[in-house]
Design a protein around this ligand. Structure first.
Ligand SMILES: [Zn+2]
Length: 348
C-alpha cells in the first residue's frame, strides 16, 4: 500500500514537473515574441547620474525636436543603428577650424583635439552595458555640429526606433530624445524665470536664484485590458495617425491612485464599470514622455459600450480568435493584447 502511494506520488510529481516545464517553455516563447522596448537583448541600461566628460569611443547624441542624429548607413534596409562618436565629432570640427583658419589666415585654434573638445559642451545621459563593453551616451549641442557630418549622418524622426535594431541602440535613441527634450524645456526656472544650472549630484536642474529643483518630467498613465470572459475590449484612437487596435489608455490625474485612474478612464472612454483590477507591468514610453502602467481588469455588470467619440473611433468586444495576431516587439499594449489572445494573462 505504502509503495503504491509512493509510486503514485512519484508519477504525479513527474507529471507536474512535465506540465510546469512546458508551461515555462510556452511562457519563454511568448515572452520572446512579446518583448517590449525596454527589455534589452543581452544589455543593461544604467540610469545612474554621473558628472563625467566624454572620452574617445563615447557616443554623442544630437537631438532636434523629436528627431535624433543617426548614421545614414542605418537608413538602408536592415542597417544597424549607429550614432556619432566623440572622435568623429572632434575630427570633423578640427577640419572645419583648419579650413576657416586657412581662409582668414588667422590661427585661432591650432586644431588641437583637446582645445576643440573644451569648446563644446556635453551633457551626460546614461550608459548601456553589453557583453562587448559599456557604451556611454552624452548630449551634444546642435549648433556645434559641423555641417560636413551631415554627409554621413542625418536627423531622423524618433519613430525609426520602433523598428531599427539592435534594440538597445533603439532604446538609447528614444531615451536620449526624451532627455534632450526635457533639458530643452527646463532651461529657465518656472517659479522665478532665472537661468537654471545642472546639479552636480543628480539629474536635476537647480535654480540659483530661488533654489527650486526641477526633476525630469515623467507622466504616469495607464493601459487597461478590460476582459469579459473570452472577450477583450479593443479600441482605436480618433484622429490619430496610429490606426491599429489599442486598449483603453489615459493619464493619471492629481489626487487619484493609479487604480482610480483605471476605473475613471474606462468609465470616461467607454462607459463601463470594472472590477478585479490587477497590475501587470510598467513601461517607460519615451515616445510620449510617459510612464505606462498596464492593468488587466474584468467587466462589472452591463457590457454596453458608450464611446467617447472625441477620444476613440472604435470600441468593441473581440473574442480571442477575432483579435489580429501581430507582435510589434516594442509596446506594452501589444504585449498585453497578445497575452490575452494566447490565453495567458496575468492573475487569471
Ligand atoms: Zn527660481
Amino acid at each position: 500500500m505504502k509503495r503504491e502511494v509512493r509510486s503514485l506520488s512519484i508519477l504525479s510529481l513527474y507529471r507536474l514537473v512535465r506540465i510546469e516545464f512546458f508551461k515555462c517553455l510556452e511562457l519563454y516563447i511568448l515572452r520572446r515574441d512579446t518583448r517590449v522596448i525596454q527589455e534589452l537583448t543581452g544589455a543593461v541600461y544604467h540610469n545612474e547620474y554621473r558628472t563625467i566628460e566624454p572620452e574617445s569611443g563615447d557616443y554623442i547624441m544630437f537631438v532636434k525636436g523629436r528627431s535624433v542624429l543617426v548614421k545614414k548607413s542605418v537608413l538602408a534596409g536592415n542597417g544597424i543603428l549607429e550614432y556619432l562618436k566623440l572622435e568623429e565629432l572632434v575630427k570633423a570640427k578640427a577640419e572645419c577650424v583648419a579650413a576657416a583658419n586657412k581662409k582668414t589666415g588667422i590661427s585661432e585654434n591650432d586644431g588641437n583635439s583637446e582645445n576643440i573638445k573644451d569648446n563644446m559642451k556635453f551633457t551626460y545621459l546614461f550608459q548601456i552595458e553589453t557583453s562587448k563593453g559599456t557604451m556611454k551616451f552624452f548630449l551634444g549641442e546642435n549648433d556645434k555640429l559641423p555641417s560636413s557630418l551631415l554627409n554621413i549622418c542625418s536627423y531622423e524622426p524618433q519613430n525609426i526606433f520602433r523598428e531599427k535594431k539592435p534594440d538597445y541602440m533603439a532604446f538609447a535613441g528614444v531615451t536620449a530624445c526624451q532627455l534632450a527634450n526635457w533639458y530643452v524645456s527646463t532651461r529657465y526656472c518656472g517659479a522665478c524665470g532665472a537661468l537654471l544650472e545642472h546639479d552636480k549630484k543628480e539629474r536635476m536642474m537647480r535654480c540659483p536664484k530661488c533654489g527650486a529643483m526641477h526633476y525630469p518630467k515623467i507622466s504616469p498613465a495607464v493601459i487597461v485590458a478590460v476582459t469579459d470572459s473570452d472577450k477583450l475590449l479593443m479600441t482605436k484612437y480618433a484622429g490619430r495617425a496610429y490606426t491599429k487596435y489599442a486598449l483603453i489608455a489615459g493619464f493619471a490625474e492629481i489626487g487619484e491612485t493609479i487604480e482610480e485612474t483605471v476605473r475613471r478612464e474606462v468609465m470616461e472612454e467607454v462607459g463601463l464599470k470594472v472590477k478585479n483590477i490587477r497590475y501587470y507591468k510598467s513601461q517607460p514610453w519615451s515616445f510620449t514622455d510617459t510612464m505606462l502602467f498596464g492593468f488587466f481588469c474584468e467587466l462589472d455588470g452591463d457590457d454596453t459600450i458608450r464611446l467617447d467619440e472625441e477620444e476613440l473611433s472604435v470600441g468593441k468586444w473581440l473574442r480571442r480568435e477575432e483579435i489580429p495576431t501581430e507582435y510589434d516587439g516594442i509596446s506594452l499594449t501589444n504585449e498585453m493584447i497578445m497575452r490575452f489572445k494566447n490565453g495567458e494573462h496575468y492573475g487569471s
